[in-house]
Write a protein that binds this ligand. Sequence first.
Ligand code: 6R9
Length: 661
Amino acid sequence: MAETAKTASLQEETRIFNTPQDIIEYSNAYQWMKKKGFKTEMEMRKWCSDNYIEFWDEMAKTYADWSVPYTKVLDDSGKPYYKWFTGGKINVAYNAVDRHAKGAKKDKVAYHFIGEPVGDARDITYGQLYIEVNKMANALKGAGVVKGDRVVAYLPMIPELPITMLACAKIGAIHTIVFSGFSSGGLNSRVNDAEAKVVVTADGFYRRGKPLPLKPNVDEAMKTAPSVQKVVVVKRTGVAVPMTEGRDVYYDDFVKGQSEECETVMLDPEDRLFILYTSGTTGKPKGIEHAHGGYAVTPAQTTSWVMDVHDDDVFWCTADCGWITGHSYVVYGPLCLGASTILYEGSPDFPDLGRWWSIIEKYGVTVFYTAPTAIRMFMKTGEEFVKKYNLSKVRILASVGEPLNPEAYMWFRKNIGSDRAPIIDTWWQTETGCHVIAPLVMTPEKPGSVCFPLPGFNTDIFDEDANSVPLGYGGNIVQKTPWPSMLRAFFRDEVRYKKEYWDMYWQVKPGTYLAGDKATRDKDGYWWIQGRIDDVLKVAGHRISNAEVESAAVSHPKVAEAAVVGQPDEVKGEKIVAFVILRDGVAESPELAKEISVHVRKVLGPVAYPDKVYFVKDVPKTRSGKIMRRVIKAKALGKETGDLSALANPESVDNIPRIDL
Ligand code: 6R9
């Protein structure tokens, strides 16, 4: 089906699902609405967005504790460098851990840790988390880490990952989490860009019943990483790994003997909490900076309002901490609220397709947040395993990362949500730090739609000239006003920061944030996400740029050039297809195609593995030499290629093979 036809048919979706009244009335956002005297959801959403400064002021006071109260909510005098909560002092680690550990929640479970090996599980209370974080924070200080230094964590989903993040926050160091599915190349470029002083990693991790090594990737990456002084290694699998004298230390030895108390440094709200690298249009990942003040507010507020987490809920966000969803909804959001959260190391389908459902049953998970790619995988493999478990405690379901197609919505609703739980499809980005467009529990839902911008946001759809488009039309998603957990900068790249997000509408409406996605609104004002405007892939929910994969392919000695596009995939959303031009004299062969895929995996990691490699003589380019991926994709998928007048080599289009679907 053509993409435009698909969009039109989605917008004709007539099914509306209303959340049962008891779930609505119990919800945090509904209770706030009643308290404030708003009559309808739309009246509330509008007021909160029109009065966003007043709204965020109330949220900042409700959800965060400030050691020194701020004097100004928003300082927008230096656009696009906005400052929030000026004059205050805060530390997000105090909000996430200290205040609970020192109060009534000392013995409440913060994390139910569940390792991949069945039975390898332990609960960590807020009191225990406090001690672990303090010891690690003291050890980092002992290693010479001071405020503003960068610490990289390259770890599987084990407790030491959130502990490291919180320990950094506590002493004002900046954490940079590198997803453990990246290979040594991905780690190396991030460590060097961030000039990290310390890298925290593990000997290995478990995947599908086998211990796999992780430390060798670090050793490889450290060959050219002059800033790194210390590598801290968690013993996870117990496999022997080489340790470099003077540089490497086991985690247990690193924290041994450290005091269980450590002062939490109170910081300026704009002091940086973390840098998270994410993919953009070019091959070089951008280091998105986030700040303490904003991060102490909106992840917690949205965990409460959007995920509807209450004190007695068991929340499970299945994301890895290597991505933004893990930062906001495995660590900062739920911990700042003092909630109990699942931390799961393994895969969804090991030892069998019932693993997730068995965890939901065993731990009584009530709020479950996952990604469309997982839902589609389960949908494809059938309900047999779902039916074995009692999922009746699930009250809220939620989704993130890519469009949740109506079929997957219906399957999720019926099989996991007992046809009762609302499905909160949340649109947001590494850059936004928290949910931006999503239904609330009370919102009547249309399957496949992300519904409406959340309270406090002035999100709109603009045409090229900065006009808001009428209902029924598509355009660029923009933010017309700032929000507390917005990105603050790119690490050491001011020019690119301005260019990518703020330049587009600067002449007409300065301070308008360009998100990089397209969307439309239907006749009822419901939002439908149409995808990226730039060359960014979402493969199984992971954000990867086409250019990154291309440069990895080109680093193979037999490859001269490569163009990478995403092919629609039933389960993963998109899969990676590479069109490769070989160097002169190199013969094409199926073995070489495979070798190139394996090479890309080695350079970037399994997340970026090209499913197919096609050999071509040339790829379509503009006169300025830019690869026209849009044209390649259309030709490969047998669609209209559109206007080719910008091409320097239009004949190359015939070269592109039709790929098998
Ligand atoms: C949170 C996260 C951001 C990009 C974003 C958009 C896509 C995220 C979505 C969605 C449709 C949703 N995206 N949520 N598309 N529906 N509910 O995924 O952050 O990794 O930075 O990716 O993901 O294209 O621009 P990140």
